[in-house]
Design a protein. Structure first.
Length: 55
């Protein structure tokens, strides 16, 4: 289930995935510039929601 969510976030260009050819295998996920901007907008929406008293 987590893997499916990560794949979708990569498809939406919110995250990037980097795989390393190591033993044991290592994979790192990074927030893209678009993902960072998206996250900032979500925080803004959450602030508005809190200020309006609808949390």
């Amino acid at each position: 289930m987590l893997n499916e969510c990560l794949k979708r976030l990569i498809d939406y260009t919110i995250f990037n995935k980097v795989s390393y050819a190591e033993i044991p295998p290592r994979i790192e996920y990074f927030l893209t510039d678009f993902g960072q901007e998206f996250l900032e907008r979500l925080y803004s929406i959450k602030e508005i929601q809190i200020k309006s008293g609808k949390n």
